[in-house]
Write a new protein. Structure first.
Length: 319
């Protein structure tokens, strides 16, 4: 179960598991008005439902589209999901209850003012430590991203790092503007949600890779069947080998591809655009372009089509 894995993750990181959270944080939080704070037990159910929604995503594109909205199940009114690429904070998508226009504006503003995670920025420390944060005095705190805080008019917020394959790849920010404050319970809840999001990212990336393998297998199967028509059964072997003739120079070239270049090549073989690859692998489009150029050079391919064809030929080779 995903929730049991989240409990294990919380224990190793010094956090609080789902089963013990209500006893630790209680059932109330500070409020700015007469609006009632949701019961913590309901919020825990919200975390489980949100993680279930993320895990059900069939691809990285679908998952990233849900990353901000799903967190609203935990009682947050505004959520911002951001990627981190080579230390650069890049806003990806946002969700605002009853105000989709503001969510779009927030992403656009963050994109226009992307910045490096460095220095005394609270988020920089958060990504290094892997521990979610609570910022109670956002408008006056000297270590916040001032431009983004002022634009959003948030007075307090919680944020949590998202890790995939043991590396920090993204982060989630949330608040309950304008009626409620966030507190320690929200920090822990968002941390659990971010843990589930990281697991969902790993699953979605594996699912995308599996699609490539399945496509290659289906392509090979079709060619093998065609090769067996109209001829003796013992000819199917040679025909199969002829369809996937050895490419020793290319094989040696693929050995020089880095793990990230292999990820990009798989996505190219799926027919994805640079923008789609960037989204799925948490990279900028410029970074993807650089990877593609290196891949083409290493493989000796003239274009993406040749690189994709070569990938399929190499991955469907039989013994």
């Amino acid at each position: 179960m995903v929730i049991s894995r989240l409990d294990a993750t919380a224990k190793t990181s010094g956090g609080t598991s789902l089963s013990h959270l209500p006893a630790v944080v209680g059932r109330t939080a500070r409020t700015r008005s007469d609006v009632l704070e949701p019961d913590t037990a309901d919020l825990l159910i919200g975390v489980q439902q949100a993680v279930d929604q993320l895990v059900a995503a069939s691809s990285m594109d679908e998952l990233l589209a849900l990353a901000a909205e799903a967190a609203a199940r935990i009682g947050f009114t505004r959520v911002l999901f951001s990627r981190v690429d080579h230390g650069i904070w890049l806003t990806q998508n946002a969700y605002a209850v009853d105000d989709p226009g503001f969510a779009e504006q927030l992403v656009a503003f963050g994109t226009a003012h992307s910045r490096r995670l460095a220095g005394q920025l609270l988020e920089s420390e958060m990504m290094l430590s892997g521990v979610p944060i609570l910022v109670s005095d956002a408008q006056s705190h000297p270590r916040v991203f001032r431009k983004l805080v002022k634009f959003s008019r948030t007075t307090d917020y919680v944020a949590a790092p998202v890790q995939a394959w043991g590396l920090p790849v993204a982060m989630v920010h949330a608040d309950r503007y304008p009626d409620l404050s966030v507190g320690e319970a929200d920090r822990r809840l968002l941390g659990l949600y971010a843990g589930g999001l990281g697991l969902a990212i790993e699953r979605a990336q594996l699912a995308d890779r599996l699609k490539v393998i399945n496509q290659a297998s289906a392509s090979f199967g079709g060619r093998a069947d065609d090769g067996g028509q109209g001829g003796p059964a013992n000819q199917s072997g040679p025909v199969r080998l002829a369809a996937v003739s050895p490419l020793p120079s290319a094989e040696k070239a693929t050995e020089r591809l880095s793990p990230r270049e292999w990820d990009v090549l798989r996505s190219v073989a799926l027919g994805k655009t640079n923008a789609q690859i960037a989204t799925g692998l948490f990279l900028t489009e410029n970074t993807v372009k650089v990877h593609v150029k290196r891949i083409l050079r290493k493989l000796g391919a003239a274009n993406r089509t040749e690189a994709a064809a070569l990938y399929h030929r190499l991955t469907r080779r039989g013994p």
